[in-house]
Each structure stands twice: as C-alpha cells, then as structure tokens.
Design a protein. Structure first.
Length: 337
C-alpha cells in the first residue's frame, strides 16, 4: 500500500507509491545528448562577444576585474561572471510601485548574472574538489557584491542542467538573480521554519538532520561540516539536500574551510547522480536567509538538488500532491552504493 508523508516545513503531503515496483536503475536517462568540444555558435565559447564581465576567476585562484572582454582571452580563466544578455530583471532608480484596480505592480528591478564555466563539455560533476570550491567562492563573492545594492532583498543562486531542466544553452553555466521581493518558495520555507521554532524552540532543519544522521537510512555522504541526504518527504525521486551540520542561516558567511568541505559534498552528490542516473537533467538552488536586514536566526540555509525524473500529470497539477514511485530510503541506498 502507498503511504502519505508530511513535510515538517511546508506542511505539504507527498505520496510514496513504491508498490508500483520501479527499480532504481529504471530512472536512469536512456540517452545522453552529444556535446561538441567547442560549439562554433555557442555564445559562451565566444565569451569576448558577451556583455563585459563583472568578475573573472583564473585557474590560479585569483579573482580580477577587467575593462573589456578582450582581456579575458589573455587570461587562463576558469569562471567568468557576465550580465545576462536577456535579463529577467534590470537596474533602475526606483521600483515605481503602483496599483491597477485591486492589483499591485512594481518594476522588475534587480540584477541577472551568468556564471560561465571555461570548458564547453565539463559539468560540475566532472570538476575536482578544488574546482568546485573555486565555483562556490565565485558565488559567494557575487552574493556579497549584490546584497548591498539598492532595492535588493533576496538573491537566488541556481543551476539548470539539461534542456528538460530549462537550460537554453548547453555550455555549462549557473545563474544569479537579485530581486526586490521574497519569492513564494523561500517565503514558505521561512514561515515553516519560524512556525516550528515558535512551537518547539529549535530549528526544524536541525531536528530533521539530527534524526537522519542518527538513523542513517537516507544519508548519502557526509564530512565534518556538511551532509547530503534524501529528504523524508521528497518532492521528486532522488531529490537531495545539502545542509551545514552546524546551524547557520546565511550562505554568504561561509568560511574558506567551509567552502572546501561544501565542495567535497556537492561534488559527491552531483557525481553520484551523474553516475547512477546516467547524467540526468536536474536543477539545484541555494535557499538562504534574505538580505533585507531582518532577523532570520531560526532559518538553516541549504542546497536543494532536484533531478528531472518524472512529469506532473492531472493528479499532481490538480492537488499539488506529488507521487513518488520509489521510496526516499531506496533512492538514498541506490545513490550511496
């Protein structure tokens, strides 16, 4: 018989219908798209034609700024951060808040940046721990630079891998969007964490993580500072989350040592996903406390990794309740092996 599981943070229910009998290996991607080593028409391979970079990180670990993108060709670079050519948000002097009848509107003020990786073929799962640490360092540097900009209250850091996950350009890249509002998904996460803290005087994520570490059934990998696990009430099959073991609310405050530890855990998570599910499409994003000068000590920042292993149908769309055909414990065991 299937079972319903309750998410302590969102208060949502999910259905675990493992009785349908799908084996873990049947979720693996059937074919992998062929990617050319350098695509002539790839906008990121021709980085000098893009908007002027706001940050360049060299393979020696140095972060530098440039006057124009022609300078990039002289550098042995590993990551370049550029303004998105087709931004979802743009810079302005005012939010221009207004009402139209009962509806509220403001201008889409913000920043939209792209973190471009040097190699056209290599994904994060292929990187060394040192290279992943360099990537995380770039994210932190841009977060710190954007968080004090006028009107910015939240910064979304995310990665789309594969067309099914929304990647419009195959060249590996991540995105950073700084916006003036708190997005609905994070707001639910913040409210759920606050609600649990008010009732129990402790962090809900710490509570779940402590249980999972003691139980061990859904743990995939851990080191001294971080753990990657499959959530008890997963939204999709093979969902993973990465938590700092110590209670911390703000991603941007991680130390150099924590960056190195996080890099090890993130590489483990993405490498296992690539190996076990044959390089599936996936999204990952960082959920961290907003940068709106309010107190969010109850919150616990983390990374969510969501493989594209299923498609919503009528029941999911009509109810908002997800059906998983493999138990989270089975997913974790498969990824851990």
């Amino acid at each position: 018989m299937s079972e319903l599981r309750f998410d302590l943070v969102s208060k949502d229910w999910v259905v675990i219908a493992a009785g349908r009998g799908r084996r873990p290996d049947t979720f693996a991607r059937k074919e992998i798209p062929v990617v050319e080593s350098i695509a002539v028409d790839c906008p990121f391979c021709q980085i000098q034609t893009q908007e002027t970079a706001v940050l360049v990180k060299t393979k020696q670990g140095h972060i530098t700024k440039i006057k124009n993108n022609q300078e990039i060709t002289k550098l042995d670079w590993s990551f370049v951060v550029i303004p998105n050519k087709y931004p979802a948000f743009g810079q302005a002097q005012d939010l221009n808040e207004r009402a139209i009848g009962p509806y509220q509107i403001m201008d889409g003020v913000g920043f939209h940046e792209v973190v471009v990786y040097r190699d056209h073929q290599r994904q994060l799962a292929d990187f060394s721990i040192e290279e992943v640490a360099g990537f995380i360092d770039v994210l932190q540097q841009r977060y710190l630079a954007l968080m004090d900009k006028e009107f910015i209250n939240y910064i979304s850091i995310f990665h789309n891998q594969g067309k099914e996950a929304g990647a419009s350009v195959s060249h590996p890249h991540s995105q950073i969007i700084a916006i003036p509002v708190i997005d609905p998904d994070l707001r639910r996460s913040l409210e759920g964490s606050q609600r649990y803290f008010n009732l129990n005087h402790q962090c809900v994520h710490c509570t779940m993580m402590k249980w999972d570490l003691e139980n061990g059934e859904r743990i995939i990998f851990e080191n001294d500072q971080f753990v990657v696990l499959v959530p008890f009430a997963s939204r999709v099959s093979f969902e993973m989350r990465i938590y700092p073991k110590e209670h911390k609310s703000y991603f941007e405050r991680i130390t150099d040592q924590e960056i190195r530890s996080l890099a090890e855990v993130l590489k483990q998570a993405l490498s296992r996903l690539a190996k076990k599910l044959n390089n599936p499409a996936y999204n990952f994003f960082i959920h961290t406390a907003p940068c709106d000068s309010k107190d969010y000590d109850h919150y616990h920042w983390h990374i969510e990794i969501l493989p594209k292993t299923s498609t919503w149908a009528g029941f999911e769309l009509g109810t908002g309740i997800e059906i998983l055909t493999i138990a989270p414990e089975q997913s974790a065991g498969f990824l851990r092996a």
